[in-house]
Design a protein around this ligand. Structure first.
Ligand SMILES: [Zn+2]
Length: 248
């Protein structure tokens, strides 16, 4: 029973999907879907263009703070307030090791077809610039940045929006179900299109015009396939149709 139904489904697919007309319809449907993504981009909250691109994430950087490892512990240089000259001197002399604290907030919305996920990341990275820094020391910088009581209030104020990083970096991924549904539809259409293309040779072979051409080439009656080799006649002796090459 099941195999009979499967055969019927296969025959149905071959008839209605495996042909050039269906291919054209599927291509148009995919284009329509692509255009609707463009509209969704304008009308809804989806960020960035979503057709075959990885959308550019907006990146937000926090204050630039540098940690200097001195004999009496860590010291903080905030060049926007202190001076960039002091920092460049430190980096040139390379005497006390300097590392940079990079606060970074970004939204990424990767999309190959429809945008299906939204990724939010907020990170603090400690980058060694000069001198030797062990991992433990880098972790120490990170910890001290949030807990050091001797940190200047102005630096604390600059870090206001970033204190939630004290307990670690943040990454949140949101699934956009509208985009997931769009992608599911697009994948189905693509699969149907590929299947449709495989049906072309059989479709053309079975096409009436193509069958006529094959019969004429083999010396058969184009209408009924009767073997006309060696027969001099204006009408087919089998079906009675006229035997001009361009007759319908
Ligand atoms: Zn004939």
């Amino acid at each position: 029973m099941a195999t009979g139904r499967r055969a019927r489904v296969r025959a149905w697919l071959r008839k209605w999907v495996g042909n050039p007309v269906a291919s054209v319809v599927l291509v148009l449907a995919l284009l329509a879907d692509a255009f609707s993504l463009g509209r969704a981009d304008l009308l809804s909250s989806w960020r960035g263009p979503s057709l075959f691109v990885f959308s550019e994430p907006p990146i937000h950087y926090g204050p630039e703070i540098y940690a200097v490892s001195g004999v009496s512990g860590l010291r903080w240089v905030y060049p926007e307030e202190d001076s960039w000259d002091e920092l460049s001197d430190l980096l040139q002399t390379k005497a006390p090791p300097v590392s940079q604290c990079v606060f970074r907030e970004s939204y990424e919305s990767p999309a190959i077809w429809a945008q299906a996920t939204d990724r939010y990341t907020k990170t603090l990275t400690i980058i060694p610039l000069t001198g030797e820094w062990s991992n433990a020391q880098l972790n120490e910088v990170r910890e001290q940045l949030f807990t050091n009581p001797s940190m200047r209030p102005s630096i604390r104020a600059a870090m206001t929006d970033w204190t939630d990083l004290a307990s670690g970096n943040i990454q949140e991924t949101t699934i956009l179900w509208g985009g997931v549904a769009h992608n599911a539809v697009a994948i189905t259409l693509f699969a149907a299109l590929l299947y449709s293309l495989t049906g072309w040779p059989a479709w053309f072979a079975a096409h009436p015009l193509s069958r006529r051409a094959r019969r004429i080439a083999r010396g058969l009656c184009p209408s009924c396939g009767y073997d006309l080799r060696g027969i001099e006649a204006c009408l087919c002796p089998e079906c009675g149709r006229p035997l001009t090459l361009d007759s319908p």
